[in-house]
Design a protein around this ligand. Structure first.
Ligand SMILES: NC(=O)C1=CN([C@@H]2O[C@H](COP(=O)(O)OP(=O)(O)OC[C@H]3O[C@@H](n4cnc5c(N)ncnc54)[C@H](OP(=O)(O)O)[C@@H]3O)[C@@H](O)[C@H]2O)C=CC1
Ligand SMILES: O=C1OC[C@@H](O)[C@H](O)[C@H]1O
Length: 382
């Protein structure tokens, strides 16, 4: 007889786009990605409007997620017209916060104060102080908390990390370039969540987490760096007339590696499908393809004579990986394993790394003169 998987019983807050991707992703058969130990159910879905939550379930998960379809649990998803009712639903043991960036702190706090574990979409909060407060609640209550930087769980990210850290594919790391940009400028209204100051828009907090995650995974987590924070963080920011950042660049240095990361994000240029992240070493380089957030392959380029300047290269080696659906299930599976094992944080996305990156974002905003509108930050950073 096969062992029953552990089932994460999700309560989803917010019925927007990413929540729909999450609901669809956790409805795929787990075995299609080789997962047999954990599974997922949707216990409740909440919106600020009940008809919206009802419509969401009808459209994306009428029979629940995969654990419900496979009969591992018996309850059906319930729709609620408030987030609080989702948190209070006894079938919910983990809350997914899929709401706007400005609402992450309050919605994650609602979940934790209601004694529910919590996965909160990136960016974890508006600033480091809000995040630190969430961490203190989670620690006091011994609840699981994680920022949903899903790229950390993508198999292509893990393959590139292994190639650089363990397999010595490109030799000593020298530098990396990573970009995540979108062509939103003059194509969306100023009220759009990316352009609106009322919604704390801008590229840094919304898509900046992706160049940042590549830097954290490849340089910060490099074994020779010994988890030493970046020595220097430099930045440049260009603002939009609404007050949000339209383009931001930042650099981070890692002296133990003698390596530097050049990160860029803007709302001026379209999503780059090829070579959005380039990692250069002494023996070759790796070019990552697909969205920076959702890598679907990479090219390995090895130098024929690494000792000579402007080295010629062997023919490119390509690695490709088709993704079923959007790909949020790898992160969801890891969260389920943490819950099953009684862990309150995930080693691959620890609370401390979110604290560190939120502090970097605070510093970059300060240097760029981007202040959120009064009242948006519920806890203020020093
Ligand atoms: N991991 C990833 O790849 C991605 C992550 N994201 C993250 O997910 C979050 C949501 O993004 P996305 O789904 O694109 O956004 P949407 O606009 O599609 O949905 C956001 C939802 O937030 C809820 N909400 C809560 N408070 C407010 C408010 N004051 N004003 C408006 N809506 C509010 C609404 O839910 P309701 O009306 O039902 O209450 C709304 O549907 C963001 O934090 C973003 O950073 C986004 C895209 C990709
Ligand atoms: O995380 C994200 O990635 C995809 C973008 O469309 C979105 O704005 C952002 O939040």
């Amino acid at each position: 007889m096969t062992a029953q998987p552990f089932v994460a019983q999700w309560g989803i807050l917010g019925c927007g786009w990413i929540s729909s991707e999450f609901a669809k992703d956790i409805s795929f058969p787990t075995t299609s990605r080789g997962t047999t130990d954990v599974s997922h159910a949707i216990a409740a879905v909440g919106s600020r409007s009940l008809p919206k939550a009802e419509e969401f379930i009808k459209k994306w998960c009428p029979d629940g997620a995969i654990a419900q379809k496979e009969g591992h649990v018996k309850f059906a998803p319930k729709a609620y017209g408030s987030y609080k009712e989702v948190v209070d639903d006894p079938n919910v043991n983990i809350v997914y916060v899929g709401t706007m960036n400005i609402a992450h702190y309050e919605d994650a706090k609602l979940a934790l104060e209601g004694n529910k574990h919590c996965l909160v979409e990136k960016p974890a909060s508006l600033n480091a102080a809000e995040w630190n407060h969430l961490v203190s609640i989670a620690r006091a209550k011994k609840l699981f908390l994680m920022e949903g930087v899903w790229t950390r769980f993508n198999p292509m990210m893990l393959a590139v990390q292994k190639a650089v850290h363990e397999d010595d594919v490109i030799g000593e790391i020298r530098c990396m370039y990573s970009d995540h940009s979108m062509d939103v400028y003059k194509k969306r209204p100023d009220t759009d969540r990316l352009l609106s100051a009322e919604l704390a828009g801008g590229c840094l907090l919304d898509i900046g987490p992706y160049p940042m995650v590549w830097t954290m995974m490849i340089l910060y987590r490099h074994p020779k760096n010994q988890r030493t924070p970046a020595e220097k963080l430099g930045s440049t920011m260009m603002k939009y007339h609404t007050g949000v950042d339209l383009a931001t660049g930042f650099t981070m240095t890692f002296p133990k590696l003698n390596a530097i990361a050049y990160c860029t994000t803007n709302l001026l240029s379209c999503v780059q499908q090829k070579q959005n992240t380039r990692i250069v070493g002494s023996k070759g380089e790796i070019l990552v393809h697909g969205y920076t957030s959702r890598p679907t392959g990479y090219t390995i380029r090895r130098f024929i004579d690494p000792e000579s300047e402007g080295a010629k290269c062997h023919p490119d080696e390509e690695v490709k990986h088709d993704i079923q659906g959007f790909g949020l299930y790898w992160e969801a599976d890891e969260v389920a394993r943490c819950l099953r094992d009684g862990k309150t944080e995930c080693e691959r996305m620890p609370l401390e790394e979110t604290t560190m990156t939120m502090k970097y974002f605070d510093q970059i905003r300060k240097e760029g003169g981007y202040e959120f509108l009064p009242g948006l930050e519920k806890v203020k950073s020093e």
